[in-house]
Design a binder for this molecule. Sequence first.
Ligand SMILES: [Ca+2]
Length: 294
Amino acid sequence: MKNIVFIKRIFSFFTVFLIMVMYVQFPVKSAGDTEEINFQELADQIGYLVNEARTQAGLNPVYMVPYLNEVATARCRECLTDFSHDRHYLGLKDPAKGIYYKFSDMFDENFPWLAGKENIANTMRTAEATFNQWKNSPQHWANILDPQVTHLGVGVVYEPDSRPPSASEPEGYATAHWYWTQIFIKADDDPYYAREYLGWTCFDEKGNVAFEGQYMPEMYQVKPTECGDLNGDGVIDSFDLVILRQYLTKQTTLNPLQVEAADVMYDGVVSYSDLGILRGFILGKYDSLPVRLW
Ligand SMILES: [Ca+2]
């Protein structure tokens, strides 16, 4: 009986709008070792940009939910071999392999959502560039600014072995390195039903329904506390030195706040001179950062 009520509620609200962006260009530059890419930070950057846009439009910000991030990441992986909303290779779909028959198949059957939408994109390598693709497309933008949306999941996947399409193989493999997905939902946050969803939902201190682990995304997960503190742990030590060396040898990337904190010479660029000064500070050669050498 409960399930019947729930199913009716889903169908009465259920709408799915499926839109994608595909730019036919193939960046040849590799992102390097994918171990060094902070995918969670990239996903949160997308969420932050969504909320910035929604706030400017006078709409409520949306929460991100770890489970929805997982769903969106699975959708990205699906897009590696079939970058499409219409699932026209239906006969090839195999849920056991993480390839789904329809949008709603990606969700646990008990997950309390009433409506869902997705935006997918590929090719671009930064959250800002991907977000601007969606911003410049009216249908994607309408999803981002949908007043009914309450929660968001973002997935980001990097595929190092992508290759350009050929006439004989139009589908079936990744044609871009980067894949991005937004999964928007309208949550079933009716307190009357919420207790049936425990495990997915919880109640905040005011008794409002919330999803387990939901959070407001921040632009950058790593936030330096001061000049020289590249990893944002509040102290300047050899761990920061290692990060700066990895950055200079292109083994890792830094967010803009970290790049600013890495400019310990305060000359507007990050170079091996900064590495020398940071090492000198850690060894006690300098009393404070930044150190201006002129
Ligand atoms: Ca530090």
